[in-house]
Every structure is written in C-alpha cells, then in structure tokens.
Design a protein. Structure first.
Ligand SMILES: NC(=O)c1ccc[n+]([C@@H]2O[C@H](COP(=O)([O-])OP(=O)(O)OC[C@H]3O[C@@H](n4cnc5c(N)ncnc54)[C@H](OP(=O)(O)O)[C@@H]3O)[C@@H](O)[C@H]2O)c1
Length: 307
C-alpha cells in the first residue's frame, strides 16, 4: 500500500483530496498546522503530522511518504479584515513552499502533485501570481517527478466565492464591477479537482496544465446567472472604477468582518488571469450544480475560516 501525504486534510481542497486518496486505497498522512477537528471527518483513518516551517521537522513529517499532494498556500498577502495575530505573507508562503518541496526531496518522496493558479507569472506585480510562479519554478528545479495543476476557482463543498456572490445578489439591487466587463473565470467542482489531482499523482510524466471545469463565464455574466438562478432576477452590474468598487467591498467587509475581495484579487480577476483556454479537466457543470442548490445557495455568508 502506498503512503501519500496531503497538505491540509482538514481544510478545503485538502479534505476532498484526502477522501479521494482513501477511496483509492492509499494510506493517507495529513500535513497540517491544525489539530484534527472533533469529530474527525476521517474517523482516524488519516494520520496527522505537523506542518511546521523547519527543514528537519518537515523532512521528518514526510518520512516514508511516496507521493506528496501540495495544496499549501495563503489567500491574502496582508492580514484580512478581522484577523488578529501573526500573518504569513505571500513571500513567506513562497519560502515555506520551497522548504516543503526540498524536504520532500530529502525525505525520498517520489512524486509531487502541486496546486498552483491559472496564469502565474514571475513578472507579475501581483504577489499571488508571482509567488505561485516562483514555487512552480522551484519545483521544476528539484528534479522530482511532478504534475502542476493550475485551477481558476473552485465551487462546491462550502466554497466561498460562488456562495458569497449568491449571498450578495440575493440582497443587493446592484453588483459593482470594474469595466470593461470582459474578464473570465473558469470554475471547477472541488471534487473533480480532487479526482484530477489523484489521477495526476498516479502518472509518471512531468506536466503543467490548467485544471478547470467545462464552462467558462465572463465574470459579469456569472453574477447575472447566479442572480437569475438563486433569486429569479438578473442583478444590475454597475460598472465603476476599481477604486470605487474596492471601497464598496471594503465597506461590506467591515460590516461582515471579512475581506470580501482584496485589491490584488480584483486586479487579478479584471486582468483576466482566472481565464483559461485549455481543455477542461472537470466534468461537473456549474449551471447544473447550481440549479440543484438554487434554494440554499447564498442563504448564509461564508467567511474565510479563521487562522
Ligand atoms: N479556493 C479556490 O477557489 C482556489 C482557486 C485557485 C487556486 N487555488 C489553490 O488551491 C490550493 C488549495 O486552496 P484551498 O482553498 O483549499 O486552500 P485552504 O483550505 O485555505 O488551505 C490550503 C492549505 O494551505 C494552508 N493555509 C491556508 N491559509 C493559511 C494561512 N493563512 N496560514 C497558514 N497556512 C495556511 C492550510 O493549512 P492548514 O491545514 O494547516 O490550515 C492548508 O494546508 C491553494 O494552493 C490555492 O492557491 C484555490
């Protein structure tokens, strides 16, 4: 039986990857800074090992592991609204990721599946997309067998983005977005992503490819579509300068005590960095998934989980 490690089996994507790996008969280790929740969703079948940023400790956490499924990253470069205590910036997340990949090599891990983002770029002004490119380059430099999967965004399983757009369009008469409204997004169901990750873990070739669902939307059309599906109305898209949109998101964020969409995220979205022209890896259509949840989607706001 293969021993495999996934980062964050108690977090969002990692939970789905761990479940899929168990279903495929692997012995699964979770690398996490959290202790397993109570009740444990895996009823003790996933072994918890620490994810602490020290080379020797990471190498020890990866002892005996054949494959590593790496989802580790932080969403925001700066602490989000409402966060207290220390925060990991994107440049620190790059250092941590590189340390993890080096530790995997030192521990004798045979293959790594690494989760990145659509259109990472070493030249990007945006720390998320630049950091992801730096980690990808580091992984290639290790010489380890690898697959790099680049998603745009996930839906399903208590996701944040699609649910919170639904939450907003249920309540607001308009939705502010910067123009021109031509930027795209390519959502993938989180369970399809977990399957894709596990499929690529079983291969031996090095590869880098987008990991997206079957449908691509202009973001403004997606907002209208969500409004039509969950509330029977098409919300009016207000095309406003980026700075005005941000002030409105910030005001809503202060009320909700969460960062709804940061400046960097809005810039990435409006620069079309979440679009993809590659063949889909996922099969679940957002439209069908959403139609089945039209009554419940967006009833409650989903905050970023506390760290
Ligand atoms: N969610 C999306 O729509 C989306 C879209 C595009 C790309 N991605 C990529 O997909 C991967 C998984 O995303 P996800 O949404 O499943 O991420 P997640 O649940 O937030 O976390 C994934 C991993 O990163 C760690 N982590 C996250 N935030 C952290 C923080 N502030 N400080 C320390 N550790 C932190 C978690 O550690 P613990 O388990 O210890 O908490 C977990 O191991 C990431 O590489 C992300 O960049 C996600």
């Amino acid at each position: 039986m293969q021993t495999v490690a996934v980062t964050g089996a108690w977090s969002f994507l990692g939970r789905y990857v761990a479940r899929e790996l168990l279903d495929r008969g692997a012995q699964v280790v979770s690398l996490s800074s959290r202790t397993p929740p109570d009740p444990d969703p895996f009823q003790g079948s996933v072994q918890a090992r620490p994810l602490r940023w020290d080379s020797a400790e990471l190498t020890a956490s990866l002892a005996g592991v054949d494959r590593l499924y790496n989802t580790y990253w932080v969403r925001h470069d700066q602490p989000p609204i409402g966060h207290r205590g220390p925060w990991t910036s994107h440049s620190e997340a790059v250092q941590n990721s590189c340390m993890l990949l080096d530790a995997a090599k030192a521990a004798g891990v045979q293959r790594i599946v690494h989760v990145s983002i659509t259109q990472p770029s070493a030249d990007s002004r945006l720390t998320y997309f630049r950091g992801k490119a730096q980690v990808e380059a580091h992984l290639r430099g290790t010489g380890l067998s690898h697959a790099i999967l680049r998603p745009s965004c996930f839906f399903g399983g208590g996701d944040i983005l699609i649910n919170n757009v639904a939450w907003a369009v249920r309540r607001m008469p308009f939705f502010p977005l910067p123009g021109p409204l031509d930027y795209r997004i390519r959502p993938m169901h989180v369970a399809d992503m977990a399957q894709a990750i596990c499929n690529w873990g079983e291969r031996e070739d090095n590869a880098t490819r987008d990991a997206c669902g079957p449908d691509q939307y202009r973001f403004a059309d997606l907002v209208r579509y969500i409004g039509h599906t969950v509330a029977g109305k098409k919300p009016r898209i207000l095309t406003l300068p980026t700075s005005v949109c941000l002030r409105l998101y910030q005001a809503a964020g202060l009320l909700l005590r969460d960062t709804i969409l940061s400046r960097a995220e809005l810039e990435g979205l409006s620069q079309d960095l979440l679009g993809s022209d590659e063949e889909p890896l996922g099969t679940t259509a957002l439209s069908e998934w959403m139609a089945r949840r039209a009554d419940t989607l967006g009833r409650e706001f989903h905050p970023e989980p506390p760290r």
